[in-house]
Design a protein around this ligand. Structure first.
Ligand SMILES: NC(=O)c1ccc[n+]([C@@H]2O[C@H](COP(=O)([O-])OP(=O)(O)OC[C@H]3O[C@@H](n4cnc5c(N)ncnc54)[C@H](O)[C@@H]3O)[C@@H](O)[C@H]2O)c1
Length: 256
């Protein structure tokens, strides 16, 4: 019970349906519950969010679904206010929601640029702004930002995604330095290639799969269950002296 008594908001966590390929958010939500936390599952996917939480409640856990577009300031305000009324001030915020835009520089529209920066970077800003006051009042908290190895190194495509994940990485350090005095820790996780609802069909193509596996020193594509332990560690008090840090979970890709 490494998260016993903690209240956590996990964005983009409607991907927790039992029997389906889970996303990082959904798998993290289940693991947080098993470690003793109460979890607010948030997402723009109403159906999967409600169904995921129904499964969690049926398993005897305390979880609630809230509709939440992480690019909307008013949604953040509502989600944090409702979390406080329901369970109390959050101890943990996991900024996980995201999607991808597979375009090079010349194909990237301004719209795609703004969408990617909003979902991966503005969300971290808005979420931190909203949870910091109640975390400060409570005596501390942990914010975990799910960036990517694509926030550390370049690739031939996903231009705006790289920009958003790079921004998430450095925002993490900026917010960590600002709020260390309030015992609010902020860290980023940088997953490598992992099979989730986002990547499932793409990684299933054998050419794509072989190309990727060739680049992964540990010789396999990961899953949400490879990523989640790092999130649990950063959310828990075991990491109480770690802030502004980045944890790479990628089978060795960026070590080359
Ligand atoms: N899968 C990978 O290989 C990989 C690698 C590195 C980083 N990541 C990052 O990890 C995070 C989770 O990825 P995943 O693979 O589990 O993806 P996923 O698509 O399985 O889950 C992402 C969830 O975010 C939700 N979402 C999208 N836009 C949203 C918005 N505006 N507001 C709220 N929710 C929104 C989706 O509905 C979905 O449920 C993302 O930030 C992704 O960029 C994934």
């Amino acid at each position: 019970m490494r998260l016993s008594g903690k209240i956590a908001i996990i964005t983009g966590s409607a991907t927790g349906l039992q029997g389906s390929v889970m996303g990082f958010g959904g798998a993290a939500a289940w693991r947080f519950l098993r470690e003793g936390a109460k979890v607010i599952v948030t997402d723009i996917d109403l159906n999967s969010g409600r169904e995921t939480v129904a499964q969690m409640k049926a398993a005897g856990f305390e979880a609630e679904f809230m509709y939440h577009d992480v690019t909307s300031a008013s949604d953040w305000e509502r989600v944090v206010t409702d979390t406080i009324s329901l369970y109390g001030a959050p101890d943990v915020l996991v900024n996980n929601a995201g999607n991808s835009a597979r375009f090079g520089v010349e194909e990237t529209t301004e719209e795609a640029w703004h969408q990617q920066l909003d979902v991966h970077a503005k969300s971290v800003f808005l979420g931190s702004k909203e949870v910091v006051p109640s975390m400060r009042e409570k005596g501390g908290g942990s914010i975990v930002n799910i960036s990517s190895i694509y926030g550390l190194v370049g690739s031939p495509t996903v231009t705006a995604y790289h920009a958003g994940k790079g921004a998430s990485r450095i925002l993490t350090k900026s917010i960590a330095v600002q709020y260390a005095k309030d015992n609010i820790r902020v860290n980023s996780v940088h997953p490598g290639y992992a099979v989730t609802p986002l990547t499932n069909s793409f990684f299933a193509e054998s050419n794509q799969r072989d190309w990727l596996i060739d680049r992964i020193p540990l010789g396999r594509i990961g899953s949400a269950f490879d990523i989640v332990p790092a999130v649990v560690f950063l959310a828990s008090d075991e990491s109480s002296f770690i802030t502004g840090s980045e944890v790479v979970v990628d089978g060795g890709v960026v070590a080359r």
